[in-house]
Design a protein around this ligand. Structure first.
Ligand SMILES: NC(=O)c1ccc[n+]([C@@H]2O[C@H](COP(=O)([O-])OP(=O)(O)OC[C@H]3O[C@@H](n4cnc5c(N)ncnc54)[C@H](O)[C@@H]3O)[C@@H](O)[C@H]2O)c1
Length: 313
């Protein structure tokens, strides 16, 4: 019996819980929120789709009742405020740091062995915060950003190529920010063929640029940040962990010398399995890609430093 808790039953959290149940990724899904009745109501609504969508996973919603989350295998943290049009993910830090810290502490009281998947923004800094305040072994803290950004990258590639998105491979590494993420165009392929053989430089540059502002584009259209792809990306990360699928997914993890970095959580390709992130894939970056990675790490570090300024760590 697998049990997953999703903290925050807002747009991203509820979508993630829905995908976890619908795709039968977890047998039991707990949604927890601070807003009285919201998680309960959304869980009831989702359970009423079980016969229509043919799943037997059970979803339970609770208001701040951490005892109900006990013995979760994986806990997804989405609680916090999302950005509004014109805001950067970094502007959310003050409010979300307090929320992520208290949620992580409460969760571990009841699920001391859980693997944490951090989604709240600014995600790289919230993952770093979670690793500092919980002191958990590094493999049990996984930040979700690259799974979403890579999915957006593959979508834009498939549109430019006019092909099935499931047949496109591509990875986004680095920070999860409009200017910090690095879609690695050189390694993107369609059925094993480098996309650079199939698209003009201009078309590929546009795909990269569209990917980087993918979140901001949606925030502009929706008035708040997106949720279908973020929720599904969170569920995909959980799936590889819970089912020990050993999939390679770019995730935000703590680096100790890999990619030339220390004391930082940032996006790199990792193998996801039952122990959390199990192995870092060491991409042989070009000098230009390395330079971008270093610039990305510096920007993430700058945001991490705010945690010290506000005494969150
Ligand atoms: N990492 C990513 O790829 C990614 C993608 C999209 C959104 N996000 C981030 O995810 C977060 C959630 O976004 P959203 O659109 O679902 O927002 P939302 O406002 O719809 O939902 C957030 C929920 O968190 C709840 N909450 C607040 N404090 C809480 C606490 N202490 N305990 C439990 N629940 C609490 C709120 O009541 C709300 O229901 C934001 O920080 C957003 O920026 C990250």
């Amino acid at each position: 019996m697998s049990k997953v808790t999703v903290v925050g039953a807002g747009n991203v959290g509820a979508t993630c819980a829905n995908v976890l149940a619908f795709k039968k990724i977890a047998d039991e899904v707990i949604m927890l929120d601070v807003k009285e009745g919201v998680a309960e109501g959304k869980a009831m609504d989702m359970n009423q789709t079980a016969q229509l969508l043919e799943f037997s996973s059970r979803i339970k919603g609770v208001t701040n009742d951490y005892a109900a989350t006990a013995n979760s295998d994986v806990v997804v943290i989405t609680s916090g405020i999302p950005r509004k049009p014109g805001m950067t993910r970094e502007e959310l830090i003050g409010v979300n740091a307090g929320i992520v810290k208290s949620v992580a502490e409460n969760i571990l009281k009841y699920s001391p062995n859980a693997i944490l998947v951090i989604i709240s923004n600014p995600m790289d800094t919230m993952t770093y915060l979670a690793s500092k305040v919980t002191g958990l072994p590094k493999h049990r803290i996984v930040g979700m950003g690259g799974a979403l950004d890579s999915s957006r990258f593959k979508y834009y590639l498939s549109e430019a190529l006019g092909v099935n998105p499931t047949e496109v491979e591509g990875m986004v590494i680095g920070g999860h920010g409009d200017t910090t993420m690095i879609p690695v165009a050189r390694l993107a392929t369609y059925k094993g063929i480098p996309v650079s053989d199939l698209l003009s430089k201009e078309a590929l540059d546009k795909v990269v640029a569209d990917t980087m502002v993918g979140g901001a584009t949606l925030t502009g259209l929706l008035g708040t940040s997106a949720w279908y792809a973020p929720g599904a990306a969170g569920a995909a990360v959980v799936e590889s962990i819970i089912h020990d699928q050993k999939k390679v997914v770019p995730c935000c993890v703590s680096l100790e010398g890999e990619y030339g970095q220390n004391d930082i959580c940032i996006g790199v390709p990792v193998v996801l399995g039952k122990n959390g992130w199990e192995k870092i894939i060491d991409l042989k970056l070009t000098a230009e890609e390395k330079e971008k990675f270093e610039a990305s790490a510096s920007a993430v570090r700058k945001t991490n430093n705010v945690l010290k300024e506000i005494n969150a760590i």
